[in-house]
Design a protein around this ligand. Sequence first.
Ligand code: NAD
Length: 339
Amino acid sequence: MIKPEILFLKQEDVIAAGLLDMKNILEVTEYTFKMLGEGKVLQPTKIFMGMPDSENWTSYGMSMPSYVGGEYDIAGFKWAAESVYNATQPGMPYGIDVVILSDPKTMYPKAILDGTITTAMRTSAAAGVCAKYNARKNSRVAALIGAGVIGRTMIMAIAESVPSLEEIRIVDLDIKKAEDLAKEFEGKYNVTPCSDAKKAIEDADVVVTETTSRKDFIPKAWLLKNATVIQMEAHAFEEEVLLTADKIVLDSWEQMTHLDGHLLKGLRESGKLTREQIIQVQELATGQRKGRENDDEFVFCGTAGMGSVDVAIAYKMYLSAREKGLGTKLTLWDDPLWV
Ligand SMILES: NC(=O)c1ccc[n+]([C@@H]2O[C@H](COP(=O)([O-])OP(=O)(O)OC[C@H]3O[C@@H](n4cnc5c(N)ncnc54)[C@H](O)[C@@H]3O)[C@@H](O)[C@H]2O)c1
């Protein structure tokens, strides 16, 4: 009788498997976008469940299934979750995620992994891919707004993707968080802490937002005319920033414009934005479309996260963990009842 095993990888195991190698994560992320563009990925629209309701949520769970084909050939699912309550609790991350990987033929689970750090790495890697195709080649200054979990991985991703950068400003309402992050990267990248978003943004070539803001707070007037801006959350840049951009790049038109509470959903519903105006990151990765084409363009990028990238990264980490003998082996049953 077949008695398949599940590999359980706690956060420390996934990290030991190589998760913090941003260069590698950027490669896997871009490759997954390419496979998506080539039709090798299945990725149904994610389902969002906000509690107590989708508009006034204080916590939510999001179901993100995907099949990644090509040489990956793996099915999986991320249960992404965030909680406002956690932000008030020492030692509790705002986002807590779990990934399940399944054999696409039998659907028996191969692995259960902590997905929290995977989310942070892949989220920022998606921004890194956006920056690679859309930042001016002579970009000198990047301003990153939000010095939380995603802010940390954003420093890694943007530094790797825009090698011309001389300074990365990290901004937070809580200056201590920005200072701590800047210190963490001392000697590796030139990161300066800042509490004034307007000042940090004014002459920045690349601006990335990864805050927990519930309202748009960055007007067009704060930005360089040829900046590249990247929004990772539902609200940061004012509507005008997006609507006057020369190019709009999204990880998924379909997903982003159907997310409750997201700026993009409102713009689609009001008819201010249509699919024809959008370039998708997958089209950049396959070379079907071009990102920035000259130094004068103003480019807006936005991502909401792709389950396929979580699954692809988790699968790579699972393979590496197996090779390194990491994790705990589990099984769903000893002898299955009722087969
Ligand atoms: N696009 C994606 O794929 C994706 C994936 C995961 C998380 N996110 C989003 O990224 C955001 C950050 O997540 P996190 O886990 O880093 O949260 P976090 O709580 O760790 O950090 C958020 C930081 O933003 C700061 N902040 C809030 N409003 C601000 C403002 N107006 N100006 C400056 N700083 C401000 C907070 O002080 C905090 O330090 C969330 O909105 C989350 O939904 C996006």
